[in-house]
Design a protein around this ligand. Structure first.
Ligand SMILES: Cc1ncc(COP(=O)(O)O)c(C=O)c1O
Length: 376
């Protein structure tokens, strides 16, 4: 081994040894199916939750520039105005991805003089954004309001709380009502990343903050257009001056190319579609899956469309995923560092694409898996 490659190879072989290696698989997704290696599998690993039927979009010339240079196609402001209304906020900016929205906004509004309280299960993009801001980071126990309050009380200076709405790997909801109360009591800025609750939860899919009736108490709302809506992109909504600050200082907004206008048009079509009927159908399926899971006595932390089956060992999670696959069910094993070490799991997501019959079929497969793998 050449010395200059030594450290890479050592790191990679360590990843392999710990059953944590990821590899890319060629695949094609069509409605509720995923095609891989000539197999047609039911896709239980999709974030296209509503399953809105795609319509043709007209491809336009790409902007080939950042938005502040010459890339600010009018589709941005049309979509941003509609998203502001969707969120009951003054202003919105679209980023190329939700990941970039977190990185850009949090690092713009927090600095080394501040303290950020971050839920221990927050997404990697939030974790990286907090680090990049230079603020002091205090991790509070997952959804534990006592721990959060204790930590807030112990600190002085400008404070911010950041949490997800529906947690991406556990499928439970943050206690946004209580978080908002604490924010008011201690004058803390509240940041919500609702990538998985947006379009799924609350009236008209307005998200987790609408569900908890605290929309006005969220200072910065961050989300993805690539999940519930099934389009592409990320956005942030808030008070006008806060969003203007991000336009002026968010590096992942300023120093990157604008999304193609055709993507915005696709998002607009979907935003204006009959989303509510898709959402109602989705919840019927989510509730059915949870009810059937209860009946076969498989436990989960979830209250949403994201349903983890916690396994523990990485190797067993991989074997279970393989077993499901043999039974035409595609559900990925999720391992460290996406979740904590020893908390590997199968992450199942229910989308509107799946029929009730297919959901029933998946329960039968899971019942077999429960016996084979001694699941609780
Ligand atoms: C909670 C959360 N925030 C942000 C993101 C990033 O969103 P995007 O896929 O649009 O980059 C994800 C994606 O997995 C997520 O789960």
């Amino acid at each position: 081994m050449k010395p200059k490659f030594g450290t890479f190879e050592k790191k990679l072989s360590g990843i392999k040894k710990r059953n944590l290696l990821r590899t890319l698989q060629d695949s094609k997704v069509e409605r509720q199916y995923i095609f891989q290696n000539g197999e047609k599998l039911l896709n239980f690993s999709s974030n296209d939750y509503l399953g809105i039927k795609p319509r043709e979009i007209k491809h336009t010339q790409f902007q080939s520039s950042s938005r502040l240079v010459s890339g600010n196609d009018i589709s941005f402001s049309i979509l941003e105005k509609k998203l502001s209304k969707h969120k009951s906020q003054e202003k919105t900016i679209i980023f190329p991805t939700g990941y970039m929205a977190n990185i850009g906004t949090i690092s713009s509004i927090a600095n080394k003089e501040n303290i950020i309280f971050s839920d221990e299960l927050n997404h990697a993009s939030i974790v990286e954004a907090c680090k990049l801001s230079g603020a002091k980071i205090k991790i509070f126990k997952h959804n534990n309001m006592e721990d959060l309050e204790k930590k807030i009380r112990k600190t002085n200076g400008r404070k911010l709380i950041v949490t997800e709405g529906i947690f991406s790997m556990d499928g439970d909801w943050s206690q946004l009502d209580q978080i908002s109360e604490l924010s008011e009591k201690y004058e803390v800025t509240t940041i919500l990343d609702d990538a998985h609750g947006d379009f799924v939860l609350g009236k008209d899919g307005k998200g987790t903050s609408n569900f908890f009736n605290v929309e006005k108490k969220i200072d910065l709302y961050i989300s993805s257009l690539s999940k519930g809506l099934g389009s592409f992109g990320g956005y942030a909504s808030g008070r006008e001056n806060l969003i203007d600050l991000c336009i002026n200082t968010s590096k992942t907004f300023i120093y990157t190319s604008a999304l193609p206008a055709s993507i915005n048009q696709y998002s607009l079509q979907r935003l204006e579609s009959d989303r509510e009927s898709y959402r109602k159908k989705l919840w019927k399926k989510i509730n059915l899956f949870h009810k059937r899971l209860d009946e076969i006595e498989l436990s989960t932390t979830s209250t949403s469309q994201i349903i983890p089956i916690i396994i523990g060992k990485e190797k067993t999670a991989l074997e279970l995923s393989k077993f499901l696959r043999k039974n035409r069910m595609f559900a990925q094993a999720i391992r460290y560092p996406t979740v904590k070490k020893g908390e590997a799991r199968i992450r199942i997501s229910i989308t509107g694409w799946l029929s009730e019959k297919e959901i029933e079929y998946s329960i039968q497969v899971l019942e077999k898996a429960k016996k084979k793998f001694n699941l609780k």
